[in-house]
Design a protein around this ligand. Structure first.
Ligand code: NAD
Length: 560
């Protein structure tokens, strides 16, 4: 098996097809190879750099200090995002050193919540391109466009069509911030070499009328193409990806739910692929519920889950909960009966006016309709309330208080992103439950002081799951990414939550442990792939060591 930590870029070959390693300004402007002010005296002479850089040579540590100084000088998160993006486009090694060594501080900037603001303003803050934009007008030419990407050995593609960006809706081509951010997390959190990563936006138009009028909008100024033409476009894209990058894993990201479920179903056995909004979210939420069992002393099979929002995230979580509960002894019917949904039309029940979307049908209960979440809470008396609706402040003080009357330790997860969309704040969850809520959110909330205690809310961030799952699948060149792998990832993550985490109310490990978390998940996922006969390279003797050896470390290498 090839070592995923060394790419053609770092082994000294020219990935761009030329005959020699870049020199002079070509080297300085190559972000994957550039060392900023860190070239040695020998390199300055041998690579035609002498005079192009100031004479003093700085160590990586000194460069990190300078980057941090400039980063912290900025008070606006969006300015911090722009700073980090510019650093990434100039010197990827330094960018990853900074992000990895200060994960707690950097991840909320390169990903949610700040990435949401960055996407909203992507046109206004646009400086230099990253990734591929493939528009519906290029239908018939996708293979040609993939050839424009300078690296031949792509392993990880995150692709969006921008229709449902976080909880912000249809942002069209502005959604490019999401694939870029997710791939940065693959490299920072799971050590996938950045040169293997390719962010792609499929621009089929947007139905967001305000973007049509925005003079700075960067995408196609037309309504979304749907139906057969859309499907043909996707089919051509998948076929072209398979031909150009046969070892690549494709991650579907932030598609609207009318396409997301269908695309996952249609392609998951044809190309190694998964949908993070459905499957990654499911694993991270289930891991949080599993860890919560250690706080409330309950059993997974006894929980009653009430979801606000019956889309990709909600039904994805329910599906994985059902798989876990079935493994714990329930029948599928019994497990499904423990999941309830309220969507924009009220409680999801059979016979409700209008047609139920396919993904909601298995969770439609036989009972009278109810219009509101408050009524549903009274009727269902759930042990866990899970917000995945994109509707802020819908977990009202009264609802939280009722949850705390029904349960000694109610599980309250407000997972909608970004922070402005959360169903309640951490502070509200603790205050209105008299400090008894087991709370987690999609975007981070600061620690809360309540009743003389400090609560540290857990962040149910998909970053705990997808980088490890992706690394594991790539490591063994798995033919597919199965639901079993996500269940394994959830169990592994829950097992990494420590007693200290739980003591402060946190049902996830500290983000500073993310590399270790990703390594353990990658190892477990790869095991699962080998056991299922899906791996396409031989099984190594020392599994974890072999995965660890694959992980990219941002250090400067000697070029001469
Ligand atoms: P989606 O569009 O597939 O589903 C949204 C659901 O919310 C739909 O069922 C819709 O009917 C329902 N809804 C809309 N308005 C409602 C209302 N007023 N009352 C009740 N339900 C309402 O979106 P999704 O992919 O499921 O994502 C939903 C939210 O979850 C987003 O905010 C997203 O950021 C968040 N999310 C969080 C995580 C995480 O924290 N790890 C991961 C994925 C998604």
């Amino acid at each position: 098996m090839e070592n995923l930590s060394s790419s053609p870029l770092t082994s000294g070959l020219n990935p761009f097809g030329g005959l020699c390693f870049p020199r002079g300004t070509a080297l300085i402007s190559n972000a994957l190879l550039n060392k900023g002010t860190g070239y040695s005296e020998r390199e300055l002479d041998a690579l035609g750099l002498r005079g192009l850089l100031p004479p003093r040579i700085f160590t990586m540590e000194e460069q990190v200090e300078r980057a941090l100084l400039n980063f912290r000088r900025k008070t606006d998160p969006l300015e911090k995002y722009i700073f980090l993006t510019t650093l990434q486009n100039r010197n990827e090694t330094l960018f990853y050193r900074v992000v990895m060594d200060h994960a707690d501080e950097m991840i909320p900037i390169i990903y949610t919540p700040t990435v949401g603001q960055a996407c909203l303003e992507y046109g206004a803050i646009f400086r230099s391109p990253r990734g591929l934009f493939i528009t519906i007008r290029e239908k018939g030419r996708i293979a040609e466009i993939l050839r424009h990407w300078p690296v031949a050995d792509v392993r990880m593609i995150v692709v969006t069509d921008g229709e449902r960006i976080l909880g912000l809706g249809d942002l069209g081509a502005l959604g490019m911030g999401i694939p870029i951010g997710k791939l940065s997390l693959y490299s920072a959190c799971a050590g996938l070499h950045p040169s293997y990563c390719l962010p792609i936006t499929l621009d089929v138009g947007t139905d967001n009328a305000s973007l049509h009028k925005d003079p700075l909008y960067i995408g196609l100024n037309q309504k979304r193409v749907r139906g057969a033409e859309y499907d043909e476009f996707i089919e051509e894209f998948v076929t072209a990806v398979q031909a150009a990058y046969p070892k690549a894993l494709l991650q579907w990201e932030d598609f609207g739910n009318s396409n997301a479920f269908r695309l996952l179903q249609n392609y998951r056995s044809r190309i190694c692929s998964f949908n993070d909004d459905i499957q990654g979210t499911a694993a991270v939420a289930l891991a949080g519920i599993m860890a919560a069992m250690r706080l409330n002393g309950g059993r997974l099979e006894e929980q009653k889950l009430l979801f606000l929002g019956a889309g990709e995230a909600g039904t994805g979580i329910a599906d994985l909960y059902v798989a876990a509960a079935v493994a714990g002894g329930l029948s599928e019917r019994e497990a499904r009966a423990r999941c309830w949904f309220v969507d924009s039309q009220g409680l999801v029940v059979r016979g409700r006016p209008g047609k139920l979307a396919h993904h909601k049908e298995p969770y439609a209960h036989d009972r009278a309709p109810l219009a509101t979440l408050a009524e549903a809470v009274e009727a269902v008396r759930p042990t866990a309330l899970i917000g995945v609706s994109g509707q802020p402040r819908t977990f009202t003080p009264e609802i939280i208080a009722r949850m705390a009357q029904f349960n000694p330790r109610p599980i309250i997860f407000a997972l909608s992103n970004p922070t402005s969309k959360a169903e309640c704040t951490a502070e509200e969850a603790y205050r209105h439950s008299s400090g008894r809520a087991i709370f987690a959110s999609g975007s981070p909330f600061p620690a809360v002081e309540f009743d003389g205690r400090t609560f540290v809310p857990g962040q149910g961030n998909n970053v705990y799951i997808f980088p490890g799952v992706g690394l594991g699948a790539l490591f063994c060149e798995s033919a597919q990414v199965t639901n079993g792998m996500f269940l394994t990832a959830a169990r592994t993550l829950a097992g990494l939550v420590t007693a200290e985490d739980l003591a402060m109310g946190r049902v996830y490990p500290a983000l500073t442990r993310i590399r270790e978390v990703s390594l353990k998940i990658a190892t477990a996922v790869a095991h699962e792939a080998y056991d299922a006969g899906l791996a396409r390279v031989p099984r190594p003797a020392d599994f974890e060591a072999a995965v660890r050896a694959c992980m990219f470390e941002p250090v400067y290498r000697d070029y001469v």
